[in-house]
Ligand binder design. Structure first.
Ligand SMILES: Cc1cc2nc3c(=O)[nH]c(=O)nc-3n(C[C@H](O)[C@H](O)[C@H](O)COP(=O)(O)OP(=O)(O)OC[C@H]3O[C@@H](n4cnc5c(N)ncnc54)[C@H](O)[C@@H]3O)c2cc1C
Length: 473
């Protein structure tokens, strides 16, 4: 067994690991070893379904030191009016370039692909090549960085959580593009963003809404893409923040909060007659929402438990099906719902979300903070772990933690200055639009409401943490 030494051992070269390493080596002269069991960087994007795109703008994705695609607003097509969203192929090629042309070229980063990394209880770390079986021990001078803590469960590697009898056409969403002949209909299984993507793709390809049956065990609160745009569209983004802070500050109780969030357009739902119980940062545009609403055959009988050639058994009942029907498994949970733990602790960094729904920006911020600060308590103060939301009520603590962090960053001159230079920071262009009327009124509303909103969200968080008060959890 060979051995190497490094300052940082980074386990996982997905979006989080790459953003962290890029920010770290830009801000200090650390030596880094990156290990991934995949053959190249890019993590889950290497196995993504063919028609997937980023859910948010490319302008906010990747690493700080290199743009992803063009920052020109799309004029045509389903994304018209918004910044482009890269495909999986574009993202994988981008990460390869970042690795080859920046990280490896710096001479301070080494990458070991096709290698499984393990750490034992004595604190020894080693990786083993999945091709040769050869193991290498790694002596770590500074920290081990867990850049797979939030590794998502994705359709390509997911095992359906229900039994399927022979004779049923059940495919992973990745195989939708491989249909050889037209089926009697499509049954989409899952209520998350993958299912949304599958429905939108089928509709775009000309499948009539009546040919789609959507098994949606839980309805979700969604985000409006119009409020998630950076750069020249940042006034609208700030307006959105100001509106949800105002809603939080003025809410009488939790039900009133969600009423207000919907009324001001900060949470939206596909079916206005059904109360959503989940919230997982999924984003849609107005046009997409209208298309999703055209699918009227929605089954709400809980999760699928068994698939037979003529019947689908669900937690709350059963429905007929047939051998000509293509059942599309979109039940992979996507975002990993790992419990929050300190980002910095005992020779380890665990990359997690800090700003709500922005894992990549959060990883870059963590890299910069690791490179430039000494004390772990201080590092954790400016990088509070903020676990991914799942239930609808999770909107409350996630927003509260993120807003408190925003206040800490704003009070810190060095971090504020880094944020302005960070292309992954959704509001880095804010100062360029201070004279914009929409920005002016949004900033005034935001400043008036941020502290009362945090106080109110704290109260609501305490309520939902009280035992037996949260049936949606
Ligand atoms: C469809 C989809 C769209 C998304 N769109 C956006 C978006 O628009 N904007 C946004 O900010 N975020 C988006 N996200 C979230 C974001 O892309 C990442 O999912 C999130 O940051 C998690 O990435 P990761 O690097 O933690 O995980 P991964 O990409 O899964 O990377 C983790 C890596 O760790 C490796 N690994 C795990 N264990 C080991 C081990 N023991 N040894 C060696 N290697 C190991 C894995 O092989 C993997 O490559 C999206 C996610 C999905 C699924």
């Amino acid at each position: 067994m060979g051995g190497i030494e490094t300052d940082y051992l980074v386990v996982g070269a997905g979006a989080a690991g790459m953003a962290f390493v890029d920010a770290l080596v830009t801000a200090c002269d650390a030596d880094v070893v990156m290990v991934d069991r995949r053959h190249r960087p890019g993590g889950h994007w290497n196995d993504a379904y063919p028609f997937v795109r980023l859910h948010g703008p490319s302008a906010l994705y990747g690493v700080n030191s290199r743009s992803l695609g063009s920052d020109t607003i799309d004029q045509n097509g389903p994304n018209a009016g918004y910044y482009p969203r890269a495909t999986a192929a574009e993202i994988c090629s981008y990460y390869q370039q970042v690795l080859d042309e920046q990280l490896l070229a710096s001479g301070r980063v080494r990458f070991f692909g096709m290698s499984e990394c393990v750490s034992d209880t004595r604190g020894e770390h080693r990786f083993t090549s999945l091709l040769t079986g050869e193991s290498t021990t790694v002596r770590v001078r500074q920290r081990v960085v867990d850049a797979r803590y939030l590794e998502p469960s994705i359709p390509a590697t997911h095992v359906p959580p229900f039994d399927t009898e022979p004779g049923v056409q059940l495919i992973p969403v990745n195989d939708l593009v491989k249909q050889g002949r037209s089926p009697s209909g499509f049954t989409i299984i899952g209520g998350g963003k993958t299912a949304i993507d599958a429905c939108l793709w089928l509709l775009e390809e000309g499948v009539p809404p009546t040919a789609i049956r959507w098994i949606r065990p839980r309805d979700a609160w969604l985000l409006d893409r119009a409020y998630q745009q950076p750069l020249a569209l940042v006034p609208r983004l700030i307006e959105g923040v100001s509106l949800y802070l105002e809603a939080a500050a003025q809410a009488d109780d939790i039900s009133d909060l969600f009423r207000r969030l919907e009324a001001c357009g900060q949470l939206i739902r596909i079916d206005p007659s059904v109360q959503p119980t989940t919230y997982r940062c999924a984003t849609v545009s107005d046009a997409e929402l209208a298309r999703l609403r055209s699918i009227e055959n929605v089954i709400r009988l809980g999760r699928v438990t068994h698939l037979a050639p003529d019947r689908i058994q669900l937690a709350g009942g059963s429905i007929p099906t047939d051998r000509g029907q293509v059942h599309v498994d979109c039940s992979a949970p996507g975002l990993r719902l790992a419990p929050g733990r300190p980002v910095f602790a005992d020779g380890q960094v665990t990359l997690q979300q800090i700003r709500a729904c922005q894992p990549v920006f959060s990883a870059a911020l963590t890299g910069y903070v690791e490179a430039t600060r000494r004390d772990d308590t201080e590092k954790n103060r400016v990088c509070p772990a903020n676990r991914y939301p799942d239930s609808a009520l999770d909107w409350i603590p996630v927003t509260c933690t993120a807003q408190r962090a925003e206040l800490a960053w704003a009070a810190d001159r060095d971090l504020s200055s880094w944020m302005q230079r960070s292309r992954l920071n959704a509001i880095s262009s804010l100062r360029d639009y201070l004279d914009d009327p929409q920005m002016k009124s949004a900033l005034a509303r935001m400043l008036a409401n941020i502290e009362p909103a945090i106080a109110r969200l704290d109260t609501f968080t305490a309520e939902i943490m009280a035992p037996a008060s949260d049936p949606a959890r």
